[in-house]
Design a protein around this ligand. Structure first.
Ligand SMILES: NC(=O)c1ccc[n+]([C@@H]2O[C@H](COP(=O)([O-])OP(=O)(O)OC[C@H]3O[C@@H](n4cnc5c(N)ncnc54)[C@H](O)[C@@H]3O)[C@@H](O)[C@H]2O)c1
Length: 239
């Protein structure tokens, strides 16, 4: 039997590079995927798609109401939506700080809260949050506010995992290193080369290499894992 057979799994940031790979992999594993993104799905796909801006709490609530109406349950959530802006300590404005936090940190938290509200009733569920290696070491490409938000996502993962363990809900994070997606549309060739020099496996990762770990963490193969922050970075950071 497929690993995620008929599980209802919501995937955010589903229009993006990693998001599309996650949707495809979970469908291959037998899941019923509900894809969501602030931008509409770029091509015709055979996946249920709900447009929502995760910076708006009311749109998060509406998204879960739609899932309730259609499926009446939620078995998994992948918080993959994210935005980055380049900025160092002295560049960050209040407006930009709020924008980055609203999507990456607050959006992720209230997605978890809505999912847990339902998973508690079901006495089971699994959540995977996509953080970043920037949460641990920052970086030139990653804005400082983005890195701080992703560190918050990792703290959130551990704290919600503790809160929810008694309800049979597992929560884990993945910290991707550099992955080839539109996220790097402003990354120059020179920056790319410099980044690769620090990666023992000598290349950027592929979205499918994140999707494979997401699928594992959602499955029963990871039944004894919760509150874990998992590096998927070609060896960039080993801790
Ligand atoms: N690509 C990398 O090198 C890398 C490295 C580490 C972590 N990440 C993280 O992986 C995740 C996926 O990134 P990606 O590389 O596929 O980038 P991407 O830009 O291709 O995809 C991100 C998606 O998030 C969506 N999104 C942005 N703001 C949103 C909002 N307010 N509401 C709903 N959706 C919103 C975007 O529309 C986009 O489809 C992100 O959380 C990112 O921070 C990426």
């Amino acid at each position: 039997m497929a690993k995620l057979n008929e599980l209802v799994i919501v995937v955010s940031g589903a229009t993006g590079g990693i998001g599309q790979a996650i949707v495809k992999r979970l469908q291959e594993e037998g899941a019923v995927v509900v894809a969501t993104d602030v931008t509409a799905s770029p091509q015709e796909t055979n996946v249920e798609f709900i447009q929502a801006d995760l910076a708006r709490p009311e749109e998060i609530r509406a998204l879960f109401q739609r899932v309730d109406e259609k499926y009446g349950r939620i078995d998994g959530l992948v918080n993959n939506a994210g935005v980055n802006r380049r900025a160092t300590t002295m560049d960050v404005t209040v407006e930009e700080w709020d924008f980055i936090m609203d999507v990456n940190l607050r959006g992720t938290f209230f997605m978890c809260q809505e999912a847990c509200r339902r998973m508690i009733q079901q006495k089971r569920g699994a959540i995977v949050n996509i953080a970043s290696s920037a949460a641990k070491v920052g970086g030139k490409i990653a804005g400082i506010h983005y890195s701080i938000a992703k560190a918050g996502v990792n703290a959130m993962t551990m704290l919600i995992a503790k809160d929810m363990a008694a309800h049979g809900i597992r929560v884990n994070s993945i910290c991707p290193g550099p992955i080839d997606t539109p996220f790097h549309s402003e990354t120059t060739d020179a920056e790319r080369e410099r980044a690769i020099q620090n990666i023992p496996l000598g290349r950027f990762g592929k979205p499918e290499e994140i999707a494979a770990v997401v699928s594992f963490l959602l499955s029963e193969d990871a039944s004894y894992m919760t509150g874990e922050i998992l590096d998927v970075n070609g060896g960039l950071i080993m801790d």
